[in-house]
Design a protein around this ligand. Structure first.
Ligand SMILES: NC(=O)C1=CN([C@@H]2O[C@H](COP(=O)(O)OP(=O)(O)OC[C@H]3O[C@@H](n4cnc5c(N)ncnc54)[C@H](O)[C@@H]3O)[C@@H](O)[C@H]2O)[C@@H](O)CC1
Ligand SMILES: Nc1ncnc2c1ncn2[C@@H]1O[C@H](COP(=O)(O)OP(=O)(O)O)[C@@H](O)[C@H]1O
Length: 293
């Protein structure tokens, strides 16, 4: 347990699933996205854009009407579902991304609960992290540890740990980022991707994988929502949670470097500013780099 591996292009290229002639949109993976809310409708667009650009065969979006409309305006290929309908009949999806920009939306909370009960593979972000941590600590673990990926930033990791009885300061966390990510992973029996300039992915009872430093231009509102969408597409394509997290973080960082014009090998901020949607648009170019490995 706890052995370290650094992530590089060859590792990601060997894991990334490319479509084959026999594929159809379902076999390539259908991602259900429960993201965005009346308070944060833009997170829905960013999360869906991340999933679509990373190669999902289909994206199903579940959320409030205004967010549905924004999603369709930006990504008309998305199939949208009202959260009130989805509670009765969960849309069929190979994996789910849930929680980015979700805040005080009872319909979405009910869908998130139903997905977790179903045991489907899922990425859990932002507004869904604390409830998931509490539920898994209490033993409600329908989804196996290698199929659930929690994606906190440092503030969210502190709150998720507090929700399960571990009070941690920002200084404690920064002194040992991997140790605290592992504390959440082992206590909840879930895979944890801790975001930051250097992202780490911790599998419970397994390895820690450390990503290269990303361009500091990536520290911009909504870029984490794009990452959650990418990871959902990769879980839906059949990767396990740790591999999906590693590949998503690598492609996300490369897409940001490409969009910024920063040095992809040693990003130092020498490029220009990027927005979250710029990162999503650059994902296909980052995926193309994988074929050179
Ligand atoms: N366009 C949109 O709709 C956007 C929606 N977003 C959503 O907005 C909600 C609130 O997210 P926020 O993170 O902004 O605010 P939160 O209210 O979740 O967190 C704020 C607290 O966490 C700390 N914190 C925030 N980001 C951090 C980071 N990257 N690393 C370490 N500590 C950090 C701050 O110091 C602060 O104490 C989330 O659901 C998120 O997904 C954001 O992604 C921004 C864009
Ligand atoms: N200083 C930094 N350098 C490089 N990447 C960063 C830095 N800070 C944050 N990131 C990355 O940017 C993204 C921010 O995600 P998050 O904090 O969830 O923001 P949001 O909630 O606004 O989407 C993550 O992928 C994280 O790894």
């Amino acid at each position: 347990m706890g052995t370290e591996r650094n992530v590089d292009l060859a590792m990601v290229a060997s894991l990334w699933r490319r479509p084959v002639p026999d594929d159809d949109k379902y076999s390539r993976g259908v991602v259900g996205v429960v993201a965005g809310s009346d308070a944060y409708p833009g997170a829905a667009v960013l999360c869906v854009s991340g999933a679509a650009r990373a190669g999902a065969g289909m994206v199903r979006y579940v959320g409030p009407r205004r967010a549905q409309d924004l999603v369709l305006a930006a990504r008309p290929e998305t199939v949208v579902h009202a959260d009130s309908d989805a509670i009765d009949r969960l849309p069929r999806a190979s994996a789910w991304t849930m929680g980015s920009g979700v805040a005080d939306q009872p319909g979405q909370d009910a869908v998130i609960g139903a997905v977790l009960d179903s045991g489907a593979p899922c990425v859990v972000d932002a507004g869904a992290l604390q409830d998931l941590a509490r539920a898994r600590q209490a033993g409600y673990r329908a989804t196996p540890p290698d199929r659930v990926l929690m994606t906190p930033h440092e503030g969210e990791l502190i709150r998720a740990l507090a929700a399960i009885g571990h009070d941690v300061t920002r200084a404690d966390l920064q002194a040992d980022r991997e140790g605290h990510a592992r504390l959440l992973a082992e206590t909840t029996r879930a895979t944890v991707l801790l975001k930051g300039s250097q992202t780490v992915v911790v599998a419970p009872g397994g390895q820690t994988r450390t990503l290269p430093m990303a361009t500091p231009w990536l520290a911009t509102a909504g870029s984490g929502d794009v990452l959650a969408g990418i990871a959902g597409a990769l879980l839906a394509s059949g990767l396990d949670a740790a591999d999906a997290g590693v590949c998503a973080a690598w492609v996300h960082a490369r897409a940001a470097a490409l969009a910024s014009g920063d040095d992809p090998e040693r990003p130092d901020g020498s490029g220009g500013p990027v927005t979250a949607l710029d990162v999503a648009v650059a994902i296909p170019r980052a995926v193309r780099l994988l074929k050179s490995a």
